[in-house]
Every structure is written in structure tokens, then in C-alpha cells.
Design a protein around this ligand. Sequence first.
Ligand code: BDR
Ligand code: CA
Length: 317
Amino acid sequence: MKKRNVLIDCDPGVDDVMALLLALANRDRLNILGVTTVSGNQTLAKVTKNLRKLWTFLKLEIPAACGAAKPLIKDPLHGGEIHGVSGMDGWEFPAPVFQLESDNGIVFLKEKIMEAEGRVTLIPTGPLTNIGLLFSVFPETKERIEMISLMGGSIFSGNRTPFAEFNIYADPEAAKIVFDSGVPITMSGLEVTNKAAINDEEIKELMSSEGSVSRMAGSLLQSYTNFHRRKGLTTYPLHDVVSVMYLLNPEMFKGEDYRVEIDTSIGIYRGRTAADTGELMRHEPPNAHVLMDVDRDEFMGVFFEALKRLDESVNSE
Ligand code: BDR
Ligand code: CA
């Protein structure tokens, strides 16, 4: 099977780490050209350090760069209450020795896209600032992109405001550039990502695993449960993992094609990914395939298998 070229743009972030792990375990199918970081779950400095720590822990050499330290217009918004003070609380990582290839993530993305053999798939799992900047500064990259599989948005209700999901709310102006770009988008919004939720028993299983990657994943997830428990939840969405899982197992999902408009107004609807689901006034063609449902058990089975494969590859070194 032909390998898909991918670039992952993230803000690690506990669920970003899980998404990276799923991608890393599937390098026979995903050719990871590089990873960029963006201000989101924590400051750019913190999420970049987190990526360097993870790469050091896993002894990886996949090139990485840091991108935007703030959204296009507004002040940065972080999610420390969910992901912790470091943005990746719950596990003692080694001191980061992995070095970034570049501190200009936008030029890094452009170069990787233009130099790639064949077209590239983008996987953004944080606010869309880097991708918005990329399309604005280097519009020639758009035709080299096969598709974007992103985590962000929600059709019916938000998690940061009543109407907006965190990644889109953090930088709606950038999201608008991306959704209006004409590049095919698969949107993994809250309708599907809330269904891709792990439970306490599964987290316990990871934590008691022999393998260090599974134990690390379980410990981060255990710390991630604190916020959700306070909200009265007993299962914990692996939001960002969905955007990677879709590329590996699209048949696991159900979705709809919608015209998704990003609300950039200042007020209660800011950051909303509004879709005309009833076709009441649709006059433009769809711009996104919006995932709405997933086979949760199959999803979790594939995720656990991926962690096991990483455990084995780390042990065999
Ligand atoms: C998104 O916000 C972040 O907290 C997560 O990493 C995910 O990308 C979910 O709304
Ligand atoms: Ca994220």
C-alpha cells in the first residue's frame, strides 16, 4: 500500500500525545515528514518542550519545528486546567535533548510540502494558526496538499463556549482561512471525538502494562481525567486521536458533507463552526466532510494495539 505523506501540527497536550503515538505506531502507512507546534493547550514554549521531551523519551529523529506563539489577532488561550501546568502532566519524562530543526514552523511546513515526493496530508490537532499563516504567506502550498484531517469544531455545541470548540475558538481568524481555502477537509469535531472516549478501566490497564509507552500513555491519561471528573464525566475523549485514526481506518466512521462557516464575530457565537445541516439556506458546495460517529470499541482496540507495537519497538532497542 502506498504510504501517505503527513505533517502533524500540534499543541501537546495529552490527547495530542496520544494522536502522535498512533501515528508513530503506523509509520509503515504514514510517512511523517515532520511535526510543528503551535500555541494552544499551553504556551508555545511549553508545548514545544513537551514535544522535545516525547521525542527524547521515544528516541526519535523525526524533524520538528515550532510555529506561532500567538493567534493571528487575539491573545493566546491555553488549557492548563485540562492538560496541567506543563501541558503534559502525569509522567516524568527525561530532560529533552532532541533539537528542533527550525524555529520557523511556517517556513519548515512550506519546505517539507514543496520538497515532498507527491502530495501531503496535514493533521492539525491544535489551533489553526500555523496553517492559516502557511496558506496566507505561501498559497502555492495549497495545491500540494491532498487533504487536511483536523481535530476542531462542533456542529451542535462547544466545549470552550456554548457554541465553540477550543481549537477553533482559540484562533477563529486562522480557522476561517483554512476552511475557506478550498483544500479538502475532514473535520473531527466534538460530535465524533466525544464518542472516542477512554474509560477508567482501560486507563488502569495501560498503567499496569509491562511496556513503558503504554504506561506513559496511561499515566498522562490518568492526569487528564482530573478535569473531566470535576465536570462529572466518567469517560475521557481522545479528541486528537480521531484525526489520525480516520486516515488509517476511515471505515470506522460515519460522516456528512457540510458547508462549515467559521464565526469570527466578537460575542457569544465567536469560534462556532456553523453548518447548515437541514439545507435550509445552503447555496455553496460543502467544504468539509464532518465526522459524526465512530465504532468506539474498534477505535479503542486499534489504539491499544498501536501502543503495544510501540512498547515492543522501544523494548527491542
Ligand atoms: C481540543 O482542545 C485541546 O484541549 C485538545 O488537545 C484538543 O485538540 C479539544 O477541544
Ligand atoms: Ca490538541
